[in-house]
Design a binder for this molecule. Structure first.
Ligand code: NDP
Length: 480
């Protein structure tokens, strides 16, 4: 059985403890690899190596670092098939999705930040005849990066790339549930020319490895993407140490469908925004709010499309949905469907586990599920389910649509469907979320600020926001 290794100080090695954890394939429910069950001693070795590597990495300058990161992007792209297979096997997502989105996006993250750093400006502020101020943005040393399982390499590189480009060294932990592509990438680092200690990848459990990174006194900044509860725990530990924190957390995103929308485009996109990656994208719309006059037509057409989605073998190009990421997660999502029923919801389609046959008979598959008949305050419409489950609620006025949209503790993303430009602007301004898509979904420009409000997070990633997070600004004031 394949054994994955940590990348510490440029070497691939097992955990100091010698202990291993199992890695499961969601499609079959079987164990196919092991990862190091690391602990604080592995994190300590990684932090030491990162600090040793920092002066030379920083001194390499933007262009030197950029060239190395571009080489790494190139190497991942050359091994696209291998990465795609690993991502699909590890996560259960359709191979076609990993090929179209996950791996190309990981490559794009490196290319984007490797070139963005070349154009990252410093500001200067002139005070008439008194003085000139300039902003010196310097890397701070070692960044801690912790990422989740839903878009494994995509979100891992979204943190690592700006951290490295800015001149920091990194101690990173991918999700223990999906470690495979981070490991595959670690085998390319030497060939790419990343010096030992610059990028350290420590595998293992969140409460051990993640917690050790968060608490380490020599890691002054943590970039975390994951659940809101874990984010709160990280903030609790990091805040008294005055660490810089970027927290990208959960969501309960509304999709507002007004009767004047382009119906066909809305329908096609809403099926995608509901069920892409089995609904396991923080940006998926899980609460569909529909103007009442459109509701009967919407319901019929939407259910017809959702019932036609094929849940199946992730390697089959005909599969629209693959498996959800783990047995625990499947059970959590199914428990939410039971909760929706007990809260008085009507299951319009789906609502159960799907048992495939042959090798896939023990895989973790859930039918895409649509629920109606629940108000905004029940747990089903308040808590993040993070699976192939959406609810539909009607509204009569724009004001009511906004009240419903804003009626959760989350505020990550939202989608608005209308042809009325004035309304689009009004609604976009009034929605409590960090991201608003109007007449589209998941259209991503990597230069834009990315992040949420309320319990969806603190801080912004993307573009210059990420480069600012991974540097410390110092004002230098010189008397004229
Ligand atoms: P978790 O919060 O469970 O885990 C995220 C990462 O944190 C994992 O690597 C995990 O390790 C680690 N971790 C767990 N406990 C601790 C701890 N005490 N200290 C430090 N690190 C810890 O999230 P999931 O992996 O379940 O991901 C799903 C969540 O991520 C959803 O809520 C989703 O909305 C959110 N998300 C947010 C995004 C955004 O941009 N806002 C984007 C994508 C997802 P381990 O795997 O070993 O538990």
């Amino acid at each position: 059985m394949e054994q994955l290794l940590n990348l510490i100080d440029g070497e691939l090695r097992p955990a100091v403890s010698g202990a291993w954890l199992d890695v499961h394939a969601p499609a079959t429910g079987t164990v196919y690899a092991q990862l190091p069950d690391s602990d604080e001693s592995d994190v300590e070795a990684a932090v030491e190596a990162a600090h040793r590597a920092f002066p030379a990495w920083r001194a390499l300058g933007r262009e030197g670092r950029s060239a190395i990161l571009l080489r790494l992007a190139e190497l991942i792209e050359q091994d696209l098939d291998g990465f795609v297979m690993d991502e699909s096997r590890d996560n259960g997502k359709p191979l076609s999705l990993a090929r179209r989105v996950d791996i190309p996006r990981a490559v794009a993250n490196f290319r984007f930040f490797a070139t963005a750093i070349l154009h990252f400006p410093s500001e200067a502020h002139l005070m008439d005849d008194v003085a000139v101020n300039y902003t010196d943005r310097q890397p701070f040393g070692v960044a801690g990066c912790i990422s989740p399982w839903n878009l494994p390499l995509y979100l891992f590189t979204w943190k690592i790339a700006p951290a490295l480009a800015s001149g920091n060294c990194v101690v990173a932990k991918p999700s223990e549930v999906t470690p495979l592509t981070a490991y595959r990438m670690s085998t390319l680092c030497k060939v790419a020319g990343i010096p030992p200690g610059v990028l350290n990848i420590v595998h293992g459990l969140g409460p051990k490895v993640g917690a050790a990174i968060t608490a380490h006194p020599r890691i002054p900044a943590i970039s975390f993407t994951g659940g809101t509860r874990t984010g709160a725990e990280i903030a609790r530990v990091a805040a008294p140490m005055f660490k810089k924190l970027s927290l990208e957390l959960g969501g309960k995103n509304p999709v507002l469908v007004f009767a004047d929308c382009d119906f066909e485009e809305m329908l096609r996109t809403t099926v995608r925004s509901s069920f892409t990656n089995q609904g396991q994208i923080c940006l998926c719309g899980s609460r569909i709010l529909v103007e009442r006059s459109l509701l009967p037509h919407f319901r019929d057409a939407f259910l017809q499309r959702v019932e036609a989605l094929r849940v199946g073998d992730p390697t089959d190009p005909a599969s629209d949905l693959g498996a959800v990421v783990s047995k625990d997660h499947m059970e959590k999502v199914l428990a939410y469907i039971d909760l929706a029923k007990s809260e008085g919801g009507t299951i319009r389609c789906g609502g159960e586990r799907i048992h495939l046959t042959g090798d896939l008979k023990d895989g973790w598959y859930i039918a895409p599920t649509v629920i109606e008949g629940l108000g905004p305050n029940c747990r089903t419409n308040q808590e993040e389910i993070f699976g192939p489950v959406v609810t539909i609620q009607p509204f009569d006025t724009e004001e009511e649509a906004l009240t419903l949209a804003n009626a959760t503790p989350y505020g990550l993303a939202s989608v608005v469907w209308t042809k009325d430009l004035q309304r689009a602007h009004r609604v976009a301004r009034a929605i409590h979320s960090g991201i608003v898509w109007v007449n589209c979904w998941m259209v991503r420009d990597l230069r834009t600020p990315f992040g949420g409000v309320k319990q969806s997070g603190v801080g912004r990633e993307g573009g210059v926001e990420a480069l600012r997070f991974f540097t410390e600004a110092k004002n230098v004031c010189i008397k004229l």
